[in-house]
Write a protein that binds this ligand. Structure first.
Ligand code: PNS
Length: 163
């Protein structure tokens, strides 16, 4: 039986750390669905459709496996998406104890709600300090975000900054 894993997140924007987790998840699971979800606790910078498009471009630029599908979900619980597509696993990157503390309650709730398991993946140390919020801040203040994000994101943020 094939196993579908979901890599969910705000991805506002996708970073090299996210891409590392997506690529490594694709090496483990038969299908990986990268699902962009609005997080009401965070003020968004990019529209959801733009975030999906940037992840798609990054996946294509890296020639990642075509077992990776990029989509968004806005009509209910994340586990409802998992049920709809038959996904049994969520994959989350955790950079620190802070991330583990943030992710643990969600992992327990998602398992209680629908039996969906969460696997925590450690980032490549090269990306352990990278976050979307850091990228948003550096970009907003005119700094160079190229070391932290896929090329498509850096180019997109450059054009937005020039507007
Ligand atoms: O990248 P983020 O912002 O840390 O991702 C958090 C996200 C969007 C994955 C999380 O907020 C989520 O799963 N939202 C969907 C709504 C949901 O199912 N909530 C209940 C279980 S946590």
């Amino acid at each position: 039986m094939s196993t579908i894993a979901v890599v969910p997140g705000s991805f506002d924007p996708v970073t090299l750390g996210h891409l590392d987790v997506i690529e490594r998840a694709a090496g483990i699971f038969d299908e990986v669905h990268v699902v962009v979800v609005h997080n009401p606790a965070k003020e968004a910078m990019l529209p959801i459709a733009q975030r999906v498009s940037l992840i798609e471009q990054a996946v294509a630029d890296r020639a990642l496996p075509d077992s990776i599908l990029v989509t968004s979900w806005s009509v209910g619980l994340l586990v409802d998406y998992c049920s709809d597509v038959g996904a049994s696993v969520l994959v989350k990157g955790v950079r620190s104890q802070v991330d583990v503390a943030y992710e643990t309650p969600m992992a327990i709730v998602n398992r209680n709600l629908a039996g969906v398991e969460t696997i925590f993946m450690l980032p490549d140390p090269a990306h352990a300090h990278v976050s979307s919020s850091l990228v948003r801040q550096v970009s907003a203040l005119g700094g160079d975000v190229a070391p932290y994000v896929p090329r498509a994101v850096a180019e997109y943020l450059d054009t937005v900054d020039q507007d």
